[in-house]
Design a protein around this ligand. Structure first.
Ligand code: SF4
Length: 304
């Protein structure tokens, strides 16, 4: 059995930047309570590692970021890589909090473009996930923006309505293509401006174009990570690949399910710590040579 790590995989620039900002904040504001408004990125190992540095994360609890902010009354608030609505920024300032913004630049760019189009009188069809923090950051308090997750979400508007179609940065290209086709069938004049980021599309392309000998796939990432879940969907849609497993980390891996595979590809979402993916790669390489190998020799020694 060959083990083939896909390239690129794992951490993207936006996630690395957000984690670095959080770490710098600890140094910049010693002896000050520091709270992240929702997980900084969608990976619980990262959340736990930041907690060990003294940074508390307020979990979503099904609330909007705007409502969640009611639970922070002092110190520093860090906004996550997913971005936040301008209403959240304003509310944090009014509460007297020190604001640190770790929003990814690509997410901010999408928001800026949406605001620009709204000012020009467009209605925005935003292909994304309902209740995801990134879509909330763009859509909150903007009735001109309609979130489209399935064809059922496409609204019936006056056919002369000026429409721009844009996307959450971490959507799958194939899903966006299919929703754009459905929108175009109803609104042929709609402007199409997808905003899937390079980190997301390049990781998806690596799965779509992977070596044809690969018949097993391991996806490493958190169940809450949208881009990780899209990688899993794409791997499952590949006719050559009959065994796809998504795991949080090495402890969840049962390597025996790949015993009948010729080649196993390994990839990971943009918020998955590289040390966790590397431990899975190292273990699978060892397992391919000696199935009696122990997992405990390969667990990562660090996360951040
Ligand atoms: S996946 Fe894309 S949008 Fe999200 S943090 Fe990474 S680079 Fe930014």
């Amino acid at each position: 059995m060959k083990i083939i790590p896909l390239v690129p995989r794992g951490y993207c620039k936006g996630v690395l930047r957000a984690i670095q900002i959080a770490k710098n904040t600890v140094k910049q504001y010693p002896n000050t309570p520091i709270t992240i408004l929702g997980p900084i990125v969608h990976n619980h190992y990262v959340t736990e590692a930041l907690q060990s540095l003294g940074i508390h994360t307020l979990m979503d609890q099904g609330k909007t970021r705007y409502a969640l902010l009611d639970e922070i009354d002092e110190g520093v608030v860090i906004f996550s890589a997913h971005g936040v609505s301008e209403y959240v920024v304003e509310k944090a300032k009014q509460k007297g909090l020190i604001v640190v913004d770790a929003s990814c630049e690509d997410v901010k760019l999408t928001k800026e473009k949406v605001m620009h189009h709204i000012a020009d009188g467009y209605t925005i069809f935003y292909i994304g996930k309902h209740h995801h923090p990134e879509s909330e950051g763009v859509c909150f308090n903007h009735p001109e923006v309609r979130v489209i997750e399935t064809p059922h979400d496409i609204p019936q508007l006056d056919p002369h309505t000026k429409i721009v179609v844009t996307t959450q940065t971490t959507m799958s290209t194939t899903m966006v293509d299919s929703l754009v086709n459905a929108i175009k069938a109803q609104y042929p004049d709609a402007l199409i401006e997808p905003q899937i980021c390079f980190a997301t599309s390049s990781r998806q392309n690596a799965v779509l174009n992977m070596d044809e000998t690969i018949d097993g796939m391991i996806i490493v990432g958190d169940t809450t990570s949208n881009n990780t879940n899209k990688l899993e969907q794409l791997a499952k849609s590949n006719a050559h690949v009959h065994t796809v497993v998504k795991i949080n980390d090495l402890s969840e891996l049962d390597p025996r399910v790949f015993d009948h595979c010729h080649a196993v590809g390994i990839t990971s979402g943009a918020s998955t710590p590289n040390s966790i993916t590397d431990s899975v790669i190292a273990f699978m390489n060892a397992y391919a040579k000696d199935p009696s190998v122990s997992k405990s020799d390969h667990y990562p020694t660090h996360i951040l």
